[in-house]
Write a protein that binds this ligand. Structure first.
Ligand SMILES: *Cc1c(COP(=O)(O)O)cnc(C)c1O
Length: 230
């Protein structure tokens, strides 16, 4: 796989990254925030390893995966060549995958229940690793969606700390589809502020500039970078 290090970069991927980076910079500037205050997490579910190498060749280093199994299959080999890649888990985590998740990810954004706190705390202790943890909030209170209910978030954050000894550094949400996300972004920002949580992961391809205007520190962008998933 030596050749992959110098993978040719497809013009479209280069344009997409340049355009998303420029949009982020614009949104950050308009919000009057420091330039480095927003991290672009490239949501790379279903994206092939060759394309990930191209994104790395373009200088990108932070990626988000939805499924532990897919990430375990794709990333260890790439990371041997690029140890500075940072991986976020942005999809649901089953407790029986906690071991693999703690071993692989730098950030776990989908902490959403006490049983997972317990599994993660145990794995962090066993492995001597401590990925940054974000709590996923079901900000639209949708029955089919994962996440802690907004009204329960403060108590859950307290339990993370007091019962499980976990430091929570961020909140994450996926607002309801087909509605203006602005009020949901504000609600998440309010919950974070009230609980002294510094990071806010919100905003995807369709609304990341708006999310930045509402305080996002992490945007998770897939389609706008890699094209539509088939
Ligand atoms: C796929 C995914 C994204 C990226 O969505 P796009 O609309 O393709 O930018 C962001 N967050 C999560 C949790 C995802 O699963």
């Amino acid at each position: 796989m030596e050749s992959a290090v110098n993978a040719p970069v497809s013009p479209r991927l280069g344009e997409n990254f340049a355009s998303v980076r420029a949009s982020i910079e614009g949104a950050v500037r308009r919000a009057g925030r420091p330039t480095d205050s927003v991290t672009l997490v490239a949501a790379s579910k279903t994206v092939a390893p060759e394309t990930l190498e191209e994104a790395i060749a373009l200088g990108h280093r932070t990626f988000g995966e939805n499924r532990v199994q897919e990430a375990v299959a794709k990333w260890p080999a790439i990371r041997e060549r690029h140890p500075d890649v940072r991986l976020h888990l942005i999809g649901p985590l089953q407790s029986n995958k906690a071991r693999e998740a703690v071993a692989l990810f730098d950030v776990i954004q989908s902490l959403d229940r006490p049983s997972l706190c317990k599994a993660l705390a145990r794995q962090c202790a066993e492995q001597g690793r401590s990925p940054a943890l974000f709590v996923q909030v079901n900000i639209g209170e949708e029955p089919q969606k994962a996440g802690i209910a907004p009204v329960e978030t403060t108590a859950f954050l307290e339990a993370c700390h007091e019962v499980y000894g976990l430091v929570i550094s961020g909140l994450m949400c996926i607002p309801p589809a087909g509605q203006s996300p602005a009020e949901y972004f504000d609600r998440l920002a309010e919950l974070a502020e009230r609980n002294g949580i510094p990071a806010l992961s919100m905003g995807m391809s369709g609304d990341y500039q708006l999310a930045i205007a509402h305080g996002a520190t992490h945007v998770r962008v897939g389609t706008a970078l890699f094209g539509s998933r088939t």
